[in-house]
Ligand binder design. Structure first.
Ligand code: UD2
Length: 306
Protein backbone atom coordinates (compact mmCIF):
# COMPACT_ATOMS: atom_id res chain seq x y z
CA UNK A 1 0.00 0.00 0.00
CA UNK A 2 1.47 3.35 -1.04
CA UNK A 3 0.05 5.37 1.86
CA UNK A 4 1.01 2.76 4.48
CA UNK A 5 3.89 3.73 6.76
CA UNK A 6 5.87 1.13 8.69
CA UNK A 7 8.27 2.05 11.49
CA UNK A 8 11.18 -0.38 11.80
CA UNK A 9 13.18 -0.15 15.04
CA UNK A 10 16.66 -1.57 14.56
CA UNK A 11 16.10 -1.00 10.85
CA UNK A 12 19.79 -0.29 10.16
CA UNK A 13 20.84 -3.69 11.47
CA UNK A 14 21.21 -7.08 9.84
CA UNK A 15 17.61 -8.34 9.78
CA UNK A 16 16.19 -4.82 9.82
CA UNK A 17 17.94 -3.56 6.70
CA UNK A 18 16.83 -6.56 4.61
CA UNK A 19 13.26 -6.06 5.77
CA UNK A 20 13.39 -2.33 5.02
CA UNK A 21 14.52 -3.12 1.47
CA UNK A 22 11.61 -5.52 0.99
CA UNK A 23 9.09 -3.04 2.44
CA UNK A 24 10.33 -0.32 0.06
CA UNK A 25 10.06 -2.73 -2.88
CA UNK A 26 6.47 -3.45 -1.86
CA UNK A 27 5.65 0.27 -1.98
CA UNK A 28 5.60 1.10 1.73
CA UNK A 29 6.88 4.29 3.28
CA UNK A 30 9.44 3.31 5.89
CA UNK A 31 10.76 5.05 8.98
CA UNK A 32 13.86 3.50 10.52
CA UNK A 33 14.50 4.19 14.19
CA UNK A 34 17.99 3.04 15.15
CA UNK A 35 20.59 4.22 17.66
CA UNK A 36 23.37 3.04 15.29
CA UNK A 37 25.20 1.22 18.07
CA UNK A 38 25.54 -1.84 15.82
CA UNK A 39 23.49 -0.76 12.78
CA UNK A 40 25.00 1.14 9.86
CA UNK A 41 23.68 3.82 7.51
CA UNK A 42 25.39 1.98 4.64
CA UNK A 43 23.12 -1.03 5.25
CA UNK A 44 20.21 1.08 4.03
CA UNK A 45 19.33 2.16 0.49
CA UNK A 46 18.67 5.75 -0.56
CA UNK A 47 14.98 6.24 -1.16
CA UNK A 48 12.58 9.15 -0.99
CA UNK A 49 10.25 6.75 0.85
CA UNK A 50 12.78 6.16 3.64
CA UNK A 51 13.16 8.38 6.69
CA UNK A 52 15.80 7.82 9.36
CA UNK A 53 15.47 8.63 13.05
CA UNK A 54 18.78 8.25 14.88
CA UNK A 55 17.18 7.54 18.25
CA UNK A 56 17.15 4.96 21.01
CA UNK A 57 14.12 2.80 21.87
CA UNK A 58 14.59 3.78 25.51
CA UNK A 59 13.65 7.36 24.55
CA UNK A 60 9.82 7.64 24.90
CA UNK A 61 9.49 10.96 23.15
CA UNK A 62 11.55 9.84 20.15
CA UNK A 63 9.40 6.73 19.81
CA UNK A 64 6.18 8.73 19.92
CA UNK A 65 7.46 11.06 17.23
CA UNK A 66 8.55 8.19 14.98
CA UNK A 67 5.24 6.33 15.44
CA UNK A 68 2.99 9.34 14.79
CA UNK A 69 0.57 8.47 11.98
CA UNK A 70 2.23 5.10 11.25
CA UNK A 71 0.22 2.07 10.13
CA UNK A 72 2.40 -0.56 11.79
CA UNK A 73 5.63 -1.06 13.71
CA UNK A 74 8.23 -3.79 13.29
CA UNK A 75 10.30 -3.84 16.47
CA UNK A 76 13.72 -5.42 15.94
CA UNK A 77 16.02 -3.18 18.01
CA UNK A 78 17.62 -5.20 20.78
CA UNK A 79 20.77 -6.19 22.59
CA UNK A 80 21.17 -9.46 20.68
CA UNK A 81 24.23 -11.04 22.27
CA UNK A 82 23.44 -14.01 24.51
CA UNK A 83 26.92 -13.66 26.06
CA UNK A 84 26.44 -9.94 26.86
CA UNK A 85 23.10 -10.77 28.45
CA UNK A 86 24.84 -13.18 30.83
CA UNK A 87 27.55 -10.63 31.68
CA UNK A 88 25.21 -7.63 32.04
CA UNK A 89 21.65 -8.87 32.53
CA UNK A 90 20.20 -5.60 33.83
CA UNK A 91 21.65 -3.62 30.94
CA UNK A 92 20.28 -6.22 28.50
CA UNK A 93 16.83 -5.95 30.02
CA UNK A 94 16.76 -2.16 29.58
CA UNK A 95 17.10 -2.71 25.82
CA UNK A 96 15.18 -5.94 25.43
CA UNK A 97 12.35 -5.61 27.94
CA UNK A 98 11.97 -1.90 28.71
CA UNK A 99 12.58 -1.17 25.02
CA UNK A 100 9.66 -3.37 23.96
CA UNK A 101 7.43 -1.90 26.68
CA UNK A 102 8.24 1.58 25.34
CA UNK A 103 7.39 0.49 21.80
CA UNK A 104 4.04 -1.02 22.87
CA UNK A 105 3.26 2.00 25.02
CA UNK A 106 4.06 4.46 22.23
CA UNK A 107 2.07 2.37 19.72
CA UNK A 108 -0.96 2.38 22.04
CA UNK A 109 -0.52 6.12 22.63
CA UNK A 110 -0.23 6.92 18.90
CA UNK A 111 -2.99 4.46 17.97
CA UNK A 112 -0.71 2.38 15.78
CA UNK A 113 -2.83 -0.76 15.37
CA UNK A 114 -0.18 -3.39 14.60
CA UNK A 115 3.12 -4.29 16.25
CA UNK A 116 5.29 -7.19 15.10
CA UNK A 117 8.38 -7.84 17.21
CA UNK A 118 11.42 -10.11 17.22
CA UNK A 119 11.27 -12.95 19.69
CA UNK A 120 13.71 -15.86 19.53
CA UNK A 121 14.12 -19.61 19.66
CA UNK A 122 16.03 -18.75 22.84
CA UNK A 123 12.66 -18.70 24.70
CA UNK A 124 12.65 -22.52 24.49
CA UNK A 125 16.01 -22.97 26.19
CA UNK A 126 17.33 -26.51 25.88
CA UNK A 127 14.69 -28.31 23.79
CA UNK A 128 13.21 -31.46 25.29
CA UNK A 129 11.58 -32.63 22.08
CA UNK A 130 12.12 -31.82 18.42
CA UNK A 131 10.79 -30.33 16.25
CA UNK A 132 9.80 -27.41 18.49
CA UNK A 133 6.18 -26.39 18.19
CA UNK A 134 5.01 -23.06 19.58
CA UNK A 135 3.34 -24.90 22.47
CA UNK A 136 6.62 -26.46 23.67
CA UNK A 137 7.80 -25.58 27.19
CA UNK A 138 9.58 -22.21 27.46
CA UNK A 139 12.50 -22.51 29.87
CA UNK A 140 15.12 -19.95 28.83
CA UNK A 141 18.74 -20.64 29.75
CA UNK A 142 20.02 -17.06 29.30
CA UNK A 143 18.83 -13.59 30.33
CA UNK A 144 18.44 -12.91 26.60
CA UNK A 145 15.96 -15.79 26.25
CA UNK A 146 14.09 -14.66 29.34
CA UNK A 147 13.95 -11.06 28.04
CA UNK A 148 12.25 -12.33 24.90
CA UNK A 149 9.83 -14.52 26.84
CA UNK A 150 8.86 -11.56 29.02
CA UNK A 151 8.40 -9.53 25.81
CA UNK A 152 5.85 -12.06 24.61
CA UNK A 153 3.93 -11.71 27.87
CA UNK A 154 3.97 -7.91 27.72
CA UNK A 155 2.71 -8.04 24.14
CA UNK A 156 -0.16 -10.29 25.20
CA UNK A 157 -0.98 -8.02 28.14
CA UNK A 158 -0.98 -4.89 25.96
CA UNK A 159 -3.49 -6.55 23.62
CA UNK A 160 -5.86 -6.86 26.59
CA UNK A 161 -5.34 -3.30 27.72
CA UNK A 162 -5.35 -1.52 24.36
CA UNK A 163 -6.82 -1.85 20.89
CA UNK A 164 -3.58 -3.21 19.51
CA UNK A 165 -2.71 -6.41 17.68
CA UNK A 166 0.74 -7.95 18.09
CA UNK A 167 2.70 -10.89 16.81
CA UNK A 168 6.04 -12.18 18.12
CA UNK A 169 8.32 -13.99 15.71
CA UNK A 170 10.58 -16.63 17.22
CA UNK A 171 13.54 -16.53 14.85
CA UNK A 172 15.82 -19.56 14.77
CA UNK A 173 19.43 -19.37 13.46
CA UNK A 174 19.41 -16.51 10.98
CA UNK A 175 22.27 -16.08 8.49
CA UNK A 176 22.91 -13.99 5.41
CA UNK A 177 24.65 -10.90 4.01
CA UNK A 178 25.48 -8.05 6.47
CA UNK A 179 25.72 -10.27 9.52
CA UNK A 180 28.99 -8.93 10.86
CA UNK A 181 31.31 -11.97 11.26
CA UNK A 182 33.64 -10.17 13.70
CA UNK A 183 30.91 -9.26 16.14
CA UNK A 184 30.58 -11.43 19.26
CA UNK A 185 26.95 -12.27 18.52
CA UNK A 186 27.47 -13.27 14.92
CA UNK A 187 26.30 -16.69 13.86
CA UNK A 188 28.44 -19.67 13.00
CA UNK A 189 27.81 -19.43 9.23
CA UNK A 190 29.09 -15.84 9.00
CA UNK A 191 32.15 -16.86 10.98
CA UNK A 192 32.82 -19.87 8.73
CA UNK A 193 32.55 -17.75 5.57
CA UNK A 194 34.83 -15.08 6.97
CA UNK A 195 37.65 -17.51 7.83
CA UNK A 196 37.23 -19.55 4.64
CA UNK A 197 37.53 -16.34 2.58
CA UNK A 198 40.88 -15.71 4.28
CA UNK A 199 42.04 -19.28 3.64
CA UNK A 200 41.94 -20.18 7.33
CA UNK A 201 40.33 -23.14 9.11
CA UNK A 202 36.88 -22.79 10.62
CA UNK A 203 36.62 -23.40 14.36
CA UNK A 204 34.20 -26.03 15.54
CA UNK A 205 33.28 -26.13 19.21
CA UNK A 206 32.74 -29.80 20.02
CA UNK A 207 32.35 -32.64 17.55
CA UNK A 208 30.48 -30.63 14.92
CA UNK A 209 27.47 -32.92 15.01
CA UNK A 210 25.31 -30.38 16.85
CA UNK A 211 22.42 -29.31 14.64
CA UNK A 212 20.68 -26.00 14.01
CA UNK A 213 17.73 -24.80 11.99
CA UNK A 214 19.42 -22.22 9.74
CA UNK A 215 17.14 -19.72 8.03
CA UNK A 216 18.21 -17.26 5.35
CA UNK A 217 17.63 -13.59 6.14
CA UNK A 218 15.52 -13.11 3.00
CA UNK A 219 13.01 -15.61 4.35
CA UNK A 220 13.02 -13.72 7.66
CA UNK A 221 12.30 -10.45 5.83
CA UNK A 222 9.42 -12.09 3.95
CA UNK A 223 7.98 -13.44 7.21
CA UNK A 224 8.27 -9.99 8.81
CA UNK A 225 6.32 -8.37 5.98
CA UNK A 226 3.70 -11.16 5.98
CA UNK A 227 3.27 -10.71 9.74
CA UNK A 228 2.87 -6.94 9.38
CA UNK A 229 0.18 -7.49 6.75
CA UNK A 230 -1.63 -10.19 8.74
CA UNK A 231 -4.11 -9.85 11.59
CA UNK A 232 -2.91 -13.00 13.32
CA UNK A 233 -1.74 -12.54 16.90
CA UNK A 234 0.40 -14.48 19.36
CA UNK A 235 3.76 -16.06 18.60
CA UNK A 236 5.17 -18.00 15.68
CA UNK A 237 8.35 -19.94 14.86
CA UNK A 238 10.25 -18.53 11.90
CA UNK A 239 12.75 -21.06 10.60
CA UNK A 240 13.45 -23.35 7.67
CA UNK A 241 12.09 -26.44 9.40
CA UNK A 242 15.31 -28.34 8.62
CA UNK A 243 18.17 -29.22 10.93
CA UNK A 244 21.75 -29.36 9.64
CA UNK A 245 24.90 -30.25 11.57
CA UNK A 246 28.04 -28.10 11.41
CA UNK A 247 30.14 -30.73 9.61
CA UNK A 248 27.54 -30.71 6.83
CA UNK A 249 27.75 -26.92 6.63
CA UNK A 250 31.51 -27.27 6.16
CA UNK A 251 31.00 -30.00 3.53
CA UNK A 252 28.52 -27.85 1.62
CA UNK A 253 30.94 -24.92 1.69
CA UNK A 254 33.74 -27.15 0.42
CA UNK A 255 31.54 -28.41 -2.41
CA UNK A 256 30.53 -24.86 -3.38
CA UNK A 257 34.06 -23.49 -3.34
CA UNK A 258 35.58 -26.60 -4.89
CA UNK A 259 38.27 -26.60 -2.20
CA UNK A 260 38.76 -28.92 0.77
CA UNK A 261 38.04 -27.27 4.11
CA UNK A 262 39.46 -28.77 7.28
CA UNK A 263 37.87 -27.48 10.46
CA UNK A 264 39.76 -27.28 13.74
CA UNK A 265 37.97 -28.71 16.78
CA UNK A 266 37.86 -26.98 20.17
CA UNK A 267 36.09 -27.89 23.42
CA UNK A 268 32.31 -27.42 23.32
CA UNK A 269 31.09 -23.92 24.10
CA UNK A 270 29.60 -23.33 27.56
CA UNK A 271 25.81 -23.20 27.56
CA UNK A 272 25.46 -24.56 24.01
CA UNK A 273 22.40 -26.62 23.20
CA UNK A 274 22.89 -29.81 21.20
CA UNK A 275 20.07 -29.77 18.65
CA UNK A 276 17.44 -27.35 17.44
CA UNK A 277 14.73 -27.57 14.82
CA UNK A 278 11.43 -25.78 14.40
CA UNK A 279 8.05 -27.08 13.44
CA UNK A 280 6.91 -24.43 10.93
CA UNK A 281 3.33 -25.60 10.42
CA UNK A 282 1.99 -22.37 11.93
CA UNK A 283 4.24 -20.22 9.75
CA UNK A 284 2.65 -21.93 6.74
CA UNK A 285 -0.95 -21.99 7.94
CA UNK A 286 -1.21 -18.69 9.80
CA UNK A 287 1.02 -16.51 7.60
CA UNK A 288 0.83 -18.54 4.39
CA UNK A 289 4.60 -18.41 4.29
CA UNK A 290 6.90 -21.05 2.91
CA UNK A 291 10.68 -20.58 3.33
CA UNK A 292 12.27 -20.36 -0.11
CA UNK A 293 15.98 -20.66 0.61
CA UNK A 294 17.75 -24.00 0.86
CA UNK A 295 21.01 -23.81 2.82
CA UNK A 296 23.19 -24.40 -0.27
CA UNK A 297 21.47 -21.50 -2.09
CA UNK A 298 21.93 -19.17 0.86
CA UNK A 299 25.59 -20.15 1.23
CA UNK A 300 26.16 -19.60 -2.50
CA UNK A 301 24.89 -16.00 -2.12
CA UNK A 302 27.47 -15.41 0.59
CA UNK A 303 30.46 -16.62 -1.38
CA UNK A 304 32.34 -14.22 -3.66
CA UNK A 305 30.46 -14.37 -6.97
CA UNK A 306 32.52 -15.79 -9.85
C1 UD2 B 1 21.42 -18.90 18.45
C2 UD2 B 1 21.25 -17.40 18.31
C3 UD2 B 1 21.10 -16.77 19.65
C4 UD2 B 1 20.01 -17.43 20.47
C5 UD2 B 1 20.26 -18.94 20.52
C6 UD2 B 1 19.10 -19.65 21.19
C7 UD2 B 1 22.45 -16.74 16.29
C8 UD2 B 1 23.65 -16.06 15.75
N1 UD2 B 1 22.40 -16.83 17.64
O1 UD2 B 1 22.63 -19.20 19.10
O2 UD2 B 1 20.78 -15.39 19.49
O3 UD2 B 1 18.77 -17.16 19.88
O4 UD2 B 1 20.37 -19.48 19.19
O5 UD2 B 1 19.31 -21.05 21.19
O6 UD2 B 1 21.57 -17.16 15.58
N2 UD2 B 1 30.05 -22.60 16.63
C9 UD2 B 1 31.21 -23.16 16.17
N3 UD2 B 1 32.17 -22.35 15.65
C10 UD2 B 1 32.01 -20.98 15.59
C11 UD2 B 1 30.81 -20.41 16.07
C12 UD2 B 1 29.85 -21.26 16.60
O7 UD2 B 1 31.40 -24.37 16.22
O8 UD2 B 1 32.92 -20.30 15.10
C13 UD2 B 1 28.99 -23.51 17.13
C14 UD2 B 1 28.45 -23.13 18.48
O9 UD2 B 1 29.22 -23.64 19.52
C15 UD2 B 1 27.04 -23.75 18.40
C16 UD2 B 1 26.68 -23.63 16.91
O10 UD2 B 1 27.91 -23.43 16.23
O11 UD2 B 1 27.08 -25.10 18.77
C17 UD2 B 1 25.76 -22.47 16.61
O12 UD2 B 1 26.30 -21.31 17.20
P1 UD2 B 1 25.75 -19.83 16.90
O13 UD2 B 1 26.51 -18.90 17.76
O14 UD2 B 1 25.72 -19.59 15.45
O15 UD2 B 1 24.20 -19.90 17.33
P2 UD2 B 1 23.48 -20.47 18.66
O16 UD2 B 1 22.60 -21.60 18.19
O17 UD2 B 1 24.44 -20.72 19.73
Amino acid sequence: GSEATVVVTGGAGFIGSHTVELLLQRGYRVRVLDNFSTGHRHNLPNSENLEIFADDIRDHEALRTALRGATACLHLAAQVSVQCSIEAPAESATHNVVGLINVLDAAADQKVPRVVYASSAAVYGDPQQLPLTETAATVPISPYGLDKLVDEQYARLFMRLHPLSTMGLRYFNVYGPRQDPRSPYSGVISKFLDVVARGESPKIYGDGLQTRDFVYVQDIAAANVAALESRETGVLNVASGNAVDLLSVVDTLAALTGRPITPRHYPPRDGDIRDSRADITQLRTRLGMCPQWALADGLRQLLPQP
